[in-house]
Design a protein around this ligand. Structure first.
Ligand code: HSE
Length: 297
């Protein structure tokens, strides 16, 4: 009658894959308790750790679950408690964690009428509420784990991508809030053919590198000349952090989701910890408060 779930943080975009690539972080996330209730509908009873709306229609978990309940008969209702550890506007999928968590948990209590892939489209409604855009690149890895590719949003076609064993992610979050809607509004609406060719070459290279466990190819492909040059201007010390990660052995580094978090990927925990120490020192020197997560993928 009750389920407690871990709602993982995620890294969207992964440099070249704006709105299509994403990655699940197993070591950072929220918790959520969902209970069956005799009263039909969805109630958010409690949110700890963040100042977010409790009204179901204004809450990303609430709207995601309402979208799901439009497609399934439930003879009971749901009560939700959300314990937020992922800060809103951090760039590691705070809204996606709540949206994905709500539909995952409710689906379990309903006896799993939907597959995990089918849950993605409901959780996308939470993303639409949070950012004005129903992107799936955070909710897909939150629900499926590992790396995911959103080949198409409409109709939805999401593919889980194999990845090498020893891959680690290091993510640093400067403690400022950057709303995804704001970080999207600064982007140009068109790209040059030259940049597009570079970008889709890198997306293909990254997916191929992950499948074939070719760390060098993964590193060569982690570039973004379309979004990063614009959004990085909103992030304190972005170039210093990125360069430090590369100097300490990262395969590549870039903006996590819509920022301000910065991520890097590397081979092995030892390098990931070295990268974390280097990144932390830069923000210490700049007097920027931060949090760091290291996660095996
Ligand atoms: N792809 C989205 C963006 C992710 O970059 O705007 C937001 O977390």
């Amino acid at each position: 009658n009750e389920i407690k779930i871990f709602c993982p943080a995620t890294i969207a975009n992964l440099s070249c894959g704006f709105d299509v690539l994403g990655l699940c972080l197993d070591t950072a996330g929220d918790e959520m308790i969902i209970k069956k209730s005799n009263t039909k509908g969805v109630r958010i009873n409690k949110i700890v750790g963040a100042d977010l709306p409790l009204e179901t229609e204004n809450n990303v978990a609430g709207v995601s679950l309402l979208a799901m309940l439009e497609e399934v008969e439930a003879d009971f209702g749901f009560e939700i408690e959300i314990y937020k550890n992922i800060k809103a506007g951090s760039g590691i999928g705070s809204s996606a964690a709540s949206s994905a968590g709500a539909v995952f948990g409710a689906n379990e209590l309903l006896g799993k009428p939907f597959t995990r892939k089918e849950l993605i489209k409901f959780a996308m409604q939470g993303e639409k509420l949070a950012s004005g855009n129903a992107h799936a690149d955070n909710v897909a890895p939150a629900l499926l784990g590992g790396f995911t590719l959103v080949r198409s949003s409409n109709p939805l076609d999401v593919i889980r991508i194999e990845s090498p064993e020893e891959l680690f992610a290091t993510v640093i979050h400067p403690q400022i809030e950057l709303k995804t809607s704001d970080a999207r509004s600064v982007l140009k609406k068109t790209v040059s053919l030259k940049s597009a060719i570079t970008q889709w070459g890198n997306v293909g290279g990254l997916v191929a590198g992950l499948y074939t466990k070719d760390y060098d190819l993964i590193g060569r492909s982690l570039h973004d000349e379309i979004i990063e040059p614009i959004r990085s201007l909103l992030i304190p010390g972005f170039n210093l952090i990125k360069n430090s990660a590369l100097e300490n052995g990262a395969l590549g580094a870039g903006i996590s989701g819509s920022g301000p978090s910065i991520f890097s990927l590397c081979r092995g925990n030892e390098i990931a910890q070295k990268i974390a120490a280097g990144m932390g020192k830069i923000y210490d020197d700049l007097d920027v408060p931060y949090e760091i997560h290291v996660s095996k993928i």
